[in-house]
Ligand binder design. Structure first.
Ligand SMILES: *Cc1c(COP(=O)(O)O)cnc(C)c1O
Length: 466
């Protein structure tokens, strides 16, 4: 018996989990009836569960394990840092080498004038920071009334009160009294689902102009910032039409508002460049980062601010009354630095950009020929397909939204592939280190699962258009 297998039998673990463990984004009753799947170890792009089943992790955990599982270098760095200095704060005019070196490295990697780093422990916390920071920025310039933040429907920015308010997920707003005041939401560039008879380019332009209309509706003197993900992740890997971001950038340039790019998923190589802002040629004033910064090995997040924003806060802002016990945590920072070293020295992002990304793209796009698939879209190492009962009309299913996606997800799991469903879209975001033969395997499992899903939907009478 190896150490990794030295755990209680699955049934007992499931019973204890059901008794004591409350899961995020989970219907507890439904899960406990079925029994949780227990993951016990991982290596490269693969996971193993407590029953010994091997799974290809098409989601890199939760969009975060960019360098793949099992990298001893990160464990060694964490162990050394814990013995050297496991914790110290950065509040009271103190700092430590890991936070200093990581801030410098992020400033070097982030494009343009994004040179100043405020650390947090997660993406949600980072967006909470951003809300307070942009409002404090305008207040420091004598414009405290500029405080509304414009975000997007079906955007995802995290799960704290403020981050979930920035997000445009209606089912999240329905619980706990969200959104908080002074946040508004405009439409998203989701051509497949909402573009109707417009071409993707026409629709992209139309959705970008919603920002201009919203600024005018609110009054430019009331708006602090616009926040968006370069490619929506949790919303269903929505890759915007080419016309979208240039128009958003034009509006942000012309109007006196800040642009926040939420790069929690798109940062650190996911789109084939270091940041999605480079892929889409946008110039944010602030970037939200987390997930891939440490490849998920330790929790960490950071706001990366432009010289201009940081300059105003430094010169005029006084004390910024905000911070987290774990801002710049030494172990997280050291692990993140080692992760960035590996991403850089092993040319992992370049490989995604010029080799494995294009290879996956060419294969992924062939899924659009499958009878069950209404659309196949991809950007770097994040991709989606839309399941449809009538692909010619981009039709939704007649039954409950998400039922077909859920069936497909279960079939994928049974076949040894982690592919997530968002409504009736299936999405992947594999570790960036996935190689060509592993991509071939992912594609074979995806096609096999789609065939079985089509069969299952037919048998259950669900293959009907709304
Ligand atoms: C995951 C995510 C977040 C939230 O990050 P947490 O670490 O879960 O708090 C924020 N923004 C985007 C775009 C994300 O995908």
């Amino acid at each position: 018996m190896t150490i990794q297998d030295n755990h209680l039998p699955t049934k007992e673990l499931q019973a204890l989990d059901a008794a004591h463990h409350m899961h995020p984004f989970t219907d507890r009753k439904g899960l406990n009836e079925k029994g949780v799947r227990v993951i016990t170890r991982a290596d490269g792009v693969y996971l193993w569960d407590s029953e010994g089943n091997k799974l290809l992790d098409g989601m890199a955990g939760l969009w975060c394990v960019n360098i793949g599982y099992g990298r001893r270098e990160l464990a060694d760095v964490a162990s050394r840092q814990m013995m050297q200095l496991p914790y110290y704060n950065t509040f009271f005019q103190t700092s430590h080498p890991p936070a200093i070196m990581l801030a410098q490295k992020l400033a070097e990697l982030a494009p343009g004038a994004l040179n100043h780093v405020f650390f947090s422990g997660s993406g949600s916390e980072t967006n909470d920071t951003n809300i307070r920071m942009v409002r404090h920025y305008w207040a420091s310039l004598g414009k405290p009334e500029k405080k509304v933040i414009i975000a997007r429907k079906n955007g995802y920015h995290g799960s704290t009160m403020a981050a979930a308010s920035l997000g445009g997920m209606a089912f999240m707003h329905a619980q706990g009294g969200l959104p908080i005041p002074d946040i508004t939401h405009i439409g998203q560039p989701y051509w497949y689902g909402e573009g109707g008879d417009l071409s993707p380019q026409e629709f992209g332009l139309q959705q970008a102009k919603l920002l201009e209309q919203e600024i005018d509706r609110l009054g430019e003197d009331k708006v602090a910032a616009f926040i968006a993900e370069p490619v929506q992740g949790a919303g269903g890997v929505i890759v915007p039409p080419d016309s979208y971001w240039p128009e958003i950038q034009r509006i942000c340039d012309e109007r006196e508002i800040l642009l926040i790019a939420d790069e929690v998923i798109t940062g650190f190589g996911r789109t084939g460049n270091w940041f999605g802002s480079q892929t889409f040629n946008i110039r944010p004033d602030i970037m939200t980062t987390a997930k891939g910064m440490s490849s998920g090995y330790m929790p960490i997040g950071a706001s990366i601010l432009s010289d201009e924003v940081a300059g105003v806060l430094s010169e005029k802002g006084g004390e910024f009354a905000h911070g987290y016990t774990y801002s710049g945590h030494p172990v997280s920072s050291a692990v993140a630095l080692e992760n960035l070293r590996i991403l850089e020295e092993e040319n992992i992002i370049k490989t995604v950009g010029v080799e494995t990304g294009p290879y996956l793209k060419q294969k992924w796009q062939t899924l659009a020929d499958h009878p069950l698939v209404g659309d196949a879209r991809i950007c770097g190492m994040m991709a989606a397909i839309e399941l449809s009962p009538d692909k010619a009309n981009r039709a939704a299913f007649a039954g409950d939204a998400g039922a077909a996606g859920f069936i497909c997800r279960e079939i994928c799991f049974a076949n040894g592939l982690v592919m997530r469903s968002v409504g009736d879209a299936m999405i992947i975001s594999p570790p960036l280190v996935i190689n060509k033969s592993e991509i071939d395997e992912l594609m074979e499992l995806a096609v096999k699962s789609l065939d079985q899903t089509a069969k299952a939907l037919t048998q259950e009478g669900l293959l009907k258009a709304a």
